[in-house]
Design a protein around this ligand. Structure first.
Ligand code: DAH
Length: 330
């Protein structure tokens, strides 16, 4: 009884079906495997020479194989067609949620991000956020902060006043929020106050008449300079990274005694000043009516400066010019 290796036929059919690229090919394959000149037809032709029994058996085998081939081809054709329409659907899908100008409009300004980052660092150790007005009284900006009448910061050449009597001004520092907060809240106090400040400064690489600061204030019963150092060192490491070196050097501010400046050691070995701080002067605490048993520390840090150092920005005007090529880098 003639016996074609039907397994081989089926395997080669399967291979062909896996590599179809066009629907038309299925008809060609069908012809090749089942048509007049196919191997199957050749086998069928041989049936007439077989005995009745063999004819019946082999005929059955050929019929089974033909059915199998037919099924394989029509299944493959169906799934090819389905895939084709699925792909078409996918490629034509119209996503209404995708913005046409997806590169624009969803970035935070780098100053906002740095401000939020700094606020987050202090929030993580228990500080609450407080705000104050930008148009201020000279009392909140200077007097209550123990700044005497003769202090140069009060000169009109430094401060933008809003009236002739020099009693109202655009705040020159966020330290005003210390006073406003303590006037309305009893100790303990642990706050940070982010905000915009104004100075009568010419624009140069590191100065702008409007810029941003973050003020910090901690008042409690047993706070010491050690707490101040630990807190600010923690901040500096969180912001610049654990390997940064810091040092505190003596300084003067009217509202703190003693006062200090914090410097960080930059890659090139240079020490750069990043913030002012100190133990809150007892005069400030008595100006807001706090009992003598309370003491604490305060600091003020410039946000532009922090951003310029971290991102190596060489001119402060970059922050305000709104040049999209600068802004979208962050
Ligand atoms: N207000 C200061 C400034 O604008 C910064 C500052 C220094 C704030 C020392 C403080 C402080 O609270 O204790 O330069």
């Amino acid at each position: 009884m003639p016996e074609l290796n039907f397994d081989k036929v089926i395997s080669s059919l399967k291979l062909r079906l896996e590599n179809v690229h066009e629907e038309l090919e299925f008809d060609l394959i069908s012809k090749e495997f089942l048509g007049r000149d196919s191997l199957i037809s050749e086998e069928r032709k041989k049936l007439k020479n077989l005995s009745d029994v063999d004819k019946k058996d082999y005929g059955q085998v050929i019929t089974n194989v033909s059915t199998e081939i037919n099924d394989l081809i029509s299944n493959a054709k169906n799934s090819f067609k389905n895939k084709f329409y699925e792909n078409l659907e996918q490629s034509e899908i119209f996503d209404l949620t995708v913005s046409k100008q997806k590169d624009f409009g969803s970035y935070k300004h780098v100053l906002t991000s740095v401000m939020e980052e700094v606020v987050d660092i202090f929030s993580s150790i228990g500080y609450k956020v407080a705000y104050g007005p930008e148009a201020e009284t000279a009392w909140h900006n200077f007097d209550a902060l123990n700044t005497p009448d003769w202090h140069p910061a009060r000169y009109e050449s430094d401060t933008l006043y809003l009236d002739k009597d020099l009693t109202k001004l655009l705040r020159t520092q966020t330290s005003t929020v210390q006073i406003r907060h303590m006037e309305n809240n009893s100790p303990p106090v642990y706050i940070v106050a982010p905000g915009r400040v104004y100075r009568s400064d010419q624009l140069d690489a590191t100065h702008s008449p409007v810029f941003h600061q973050l003020e910090g204030l901690a008042i409690d019963e047993n706070l010491t300079f050690t707490d101040l150092k630990g807190t600010l060192e923690y901040f500096v490491k969180q912001y610049f990274g654990n390997n940064i070196e810091t040092k505190f050097i003596p300084h003067f501010f009217p509202f703190t005694e003693p006062s200090a400046e914090v410097l960080v050691k930059w890659n090139n070995g240079e020490w750069l000043e990043i913030l002012g701080c100190g133990m809150v002067d007892p005069n400030v605490l008595s100006n807001v009516g706090y009992e003598k048993k309370f003491q604490g520390f305060a600091w003020g840090v410039g946000i532009e400066r922090l951003a310029m150092l971290k991102y190596k920005i060489n001119h402060i005007k970059n922050f305000y010019e709104n040049d999209i090529r600068f802004l979208r880098q962050f």
